[in-house]
Ligand binder design. Structure first.
Ligand code: PMP
Length: 418
């Protein structure tokens, strides 16, 4: 079988079975409709380091990292050993395990602006929880968010809205990314009512190029929040642990009042955390939020090991370096193929789009499909991630796949005028 003939009969059959017993077959962000249906695998069976293997046995160098969590690479030996040690003691319990305190202390010691930590499972959990803390602390009803930003699936921010009444969004007001003047206007219009402002450190919406914060934008959110006694919340669920261990807002020179993390915190184990400043401690205590699995000890052990290894291996610097190698290589190969591309986002969380697509993602889909058939897993519409497990040789392998994919794009869609 040549690589370009990759078929997925086992995965296709599983998908047919799934559709009979699971609405949509595979739902949410993992639905095949968001990849290139028919050209991509639908199920993964194994993963190690930066490589994943699908249900039909094809192997890929992976640039999605499970949508972010795999910051050290799949099945990292140190993290797995720590998780296994804790698994032998206790995972879900009547009471938290002592390691909850250890992780909270660690996070408080490294995160800019954080004096306390509370744990949950998903990014959605802690985004919603942070809004409740801000409202309780200020006794105000509204929260400002950037229009169109993804903060999870709860009613106040669910992007599809279907099934969630408009009333659930009644406490939300929005302003455009990189428009501090619009936020200032919101503070004027809703004088004394805005409890907090929630924002991601850079804009990374699916189907769009990533947009870095403009000069002074995050600083303006900080300054306006302080001036109006509102709480600045950093949603660092996606970018966290890839730009700075002190938080991605810190990387951009800003200290928020609250930071929420999930994804990469425990290298794939389910955990999220809400961190906040002393001024919000009482409000955090007042708000009643809990979950049966929120303090599970195995993910907490994995998080302690993950953060320790990120520090020990200088993983952030490594990801930045291999990310730059990837982005530079993609730029060169696109140019050689006669294609105009945009590479956006930080090098460790990059995204590539084709200028001539004008947002339609047609070339992106061709690119991702052909790259997959050459053994590189690039998402056509969602930002990518690199991990500490990606080495130069993996990047170079993926660049060869990308070269074949660029050639296919030029063949199918034409070259761009120079
Ligand atoms: N906020 C951001 C910025 C995210 O990227 C995500 C997940 N993609 C979430 C919140 C929601 O996290 P989860 O899927 O764990 O609920």
């Amino acid at each position: 079988m040549t690589r370009s003939d990759w078929q997925h009969p086992i995965g296709d059959e599983l998908y047919e079975r799934a559709k009979r017993v699971i609405p949509g077959g595979i739902y949410g962000h993992q639905s095949p409709v968001y990849l290139v249906d028919g050209a991509f695998p639908r199920f993964l069976c194994e993963a190690e380091g930066c490589r994943v293997r699908d249900a039909d046995g094809h192997e890929y160098v992976d640039f999605l990292c499970s949508y972010g969590p795999m910051v050290l690479g799949y099945r990292d030996a140190v993290v797995e050993a720590a998780a296994e040690r804790q698994r032998r003691l206790c995972d879900s319990g009547n009471l938290p395990a002592p390691n909850m305190v250890e992780l909270a202390e660690k996070l408080v010691s490294i995160t800019a602006g954080a004096d306390w930590a509370m744990f949950a499972k998903n990014g959605s959990d802690v985004c919603t929880w942070a809004l409740a803390v801000a409202r309780r602390a200020t006794r105000r009803d509204l929260v400002a968010m950037v229009e169109g930003t993804y903060h999870g699936v709860h009613g106040w921010c669910n992007p599809a809205r279907r099934g969630f009444p408009d009333g659930e969004r009644s406490g939300i007001v929005t302003f455009p990314w990189n428009d501090a003047g619009a936020l200032e206007e919101l503070f004027r219009k809703y004088d004394g009512r805005i409890a907090g402002v929630i924002a991601t450190p850079f804009r990374h919406e699916a189907r769009h190029d990533s947009v870095m914060p403009g000069e002074g934008f995050l600083q303006a959110i900080r300054e306006l929040s302080t001036r109006h006694s509102a709480v600045m919340i950093s949603d660092d669920v996606r970018a966290g642990f890839r730009l700075s261990l002190a938080g991605s807002m810190h990387h951009f020179g800003v200290t928020p009042d609250m930071t929420v993390y999930s994804k990469a915190i425990a290298n794939g184990y389910p955990l999220s955390v809400m961190l906040g400043s002393d001024a919000l401690r009482k409000a955090a205590e007042d708000v009643f939020v809990t979950g049966t699995f929120f303090t599970q000890a195995v993910p907490i052990a994995a998080a302690i090991a993950t953060i320790g290894e990120i520090e020990k291996r200088s993983a952030i610097e490594h990801m930045d370096r291999v990310g730059r190698r990837l982005c530079g290589g993609l730029t060169a190969r696109a140019r050689a193929a006669g294609l105009a591309v945009t590479i956006s986002g930080p090098p460790s969380i990059p995204f590539l789009s084709f200028v001539a697509d004008e947002g339609r993602l047609e070339r992106s889909r061709t690119f991702a499909a052909v790259a997959a058939s050459h053994g590189a897993f690039f998402h056509p519409a969602h930002n990518w991630f690199v991990s500490a497990a990606h080495q130069d040789a993996d990047i170079d392998f993926a660049l060869d796949a990308a070269e074949a994919a660029m050639a296919a794009v030029a063949r199918e869609h034409g070259k761009d005028a120079r």
